[in-house]
Design a protein around this ligand. Structure first.
Ligand SMILES: *Cc1c(COP(=O)(O)O)cnc(C)c1O
Length: 381
């Protein structure tokens, strides 16, 4: 039987990407910038709606960094950040010499807990420093509690940097993720919902902010015939070649979101009679998730030898990749000495959670292999 590796999430080309890249070669737009970059930005702007302004960058991490720069975060400032996330959400805080303060998750969306967030804001203000920004993440494509987080942010006058790296194609009450923050961030890394091989974008509510972001991303060149600089610059723009891949990927984005959602339905069906497992699902119909990765929680049962790690190893034996959830930032060696507000929600999710193969390119045969491996694991005594 075919036993090739089943990946968590691998690139899935639609077919037309090559045409855009070929065109870039044919017209010698191999240098950075060019028509594909402008085209991808326009495609994203019309996809996101809500008058979003999009600047294509070299990565999602670069977009988060520039977002902090645009929000005026400086050395010594405090930035609140969801603890349960990929380290790329938090590292740019350190790039700026600012101080991260980590916040627990809540059980419904696995994202920022409003109660812990407000406690953190109050306590940091009491200590004498109002936080400069809130980094909120839509984990695995499930939107955070949009209204509750916005109410708190506005109540204290703190801007939201919306890390939508995993949530292109997700929405809340019909509005696309990426457009809820004072600044939004997208990623087109190789494992994301669409890919440009590597890339990202910054989403801003105004053309002026987009212009400023692009200014910073292209070495902060002042208007002069020579190279003149009065601000720190970065080399964060996307290349015209990468953007060509992105233009082709935009043509299949909605189809691929549907395929990821089909994978989620598949897992709901696989686990429907397995009491130890719950499949991470949106709390209600206001939320629309792209289900970038389908994640499950495994209730440990020592007597039966069942827990998240045992399931992961069993899948690995069958050459099926799965991965624990993001290890919370406040537990990471690089971040563990910073403040943390909340209890043990993120920690418990990390202990019991597992991400399963969720690519839009998984075949029927691969689904059968996954189902068989899961059934074999849970049928043992
Ligand atoms: C992937 C990811 C990023 C970083 O995006 P890159 O394009 O890989 O730099 C940031 N935040 C989250 C939550 C991510 O999943």
């Amino acid at each position: 039987m075919n036993n090739t590796k089943i990946w968590l999430s691998s690139p899935h080309m639609g077919g037309t990407e090559r045409n855009y890249v070929q065109e870039a070669f044919d017209t010698n737009w191999v240098a950075p910038l060019g028509p594909n970059v402008t085209g991808l930005e326009q495609d994203l702007e019309s996809y996101l709606g809500h008058e979003a302004q999009v600047g294509a960058l070299s990565s999602g991490t670069a977009a988060i960094h520039l977002g902090l720069v645009l929000l005026g975060v400086q050395a010594g400032d405090t930035v609140l950040c969801q603890s349960m996330t990929f380290s790329a959400s938090a590292n740019p805080i350190l790039y700026q010499g600012a101080i991260p303060v980590f916040i627990d998750s809540e059980d419904d969306t696995w994202n920022l807990c409003p109660v812990a967030l407000e406690e953190a804001i109050r306590s940091e203000i009491e200590k004498g420093k109002k936080p400069k920004a809130i980094i909120a993440v839509h984990l695995y494509g499930v939107p955070y509690q949009i209204e509750a987080i916005r109410t708190i942010a506005d109540g204290y006058g703190i801007p939201i940097l919306e890390d939508s790296a995993e949530a292109l194609g997700s929405s809340y009450k019909g509005q696309k993720c990426g457009t809820f923050g004072d600044i939004g961030v997208l990623s087109f890394n190789g494992n994301k919902i669409i890919t440009t091989s590597g890339g990202g974008a910054i989403v801003t509510p105004t053309a002026a902010l987009k212009e400023k972001a692009i200014f910073f991303a292209t070495q902060s060149r002042d208007a002069a015939p020579h190279y003149q600089h009065s601000e720190i610059g970065y080399n964060y723009r996307m290349s015209n070649i990468c953007a060509g891949i992105g233009r082709g990927q935009m043509e299949v984005l909605d189809a691929h979101v549907q395929l990821r959602r089909d994978m989620h339905d598949f897992y709901v069906d696989v686990f429907k009679d397995i009491a130890a497992v719950s499949v991470f699902t949106v709390p209600n119909s206001d939320y629309f998730a792209n289900y970038w990765l389908t994640a499950i929680l495994v209730a440990p049962d020592a007597a039966k030898g069942i827990d998240r790690e045992a399931l992961r190893l069993a899948l690995d034996q069958a050459n099926i990749e799965s991965r624990p959830l993001w290890k919370p930032m406040h537990l990471q060696p690089i971040f563990e000495h910073y403040s943390y507000y909340g209890s043990k929600v993120a920690e418990t999710l990390f202990e019991n959670g597992l991400c399963l193969p969720s690519g839009s390119n998984l075949t029927d045969n691969e689904r059968i292999r996954i189902k068989e491996a899961v059934m074999a694991f849970f049928s043992k005594e």
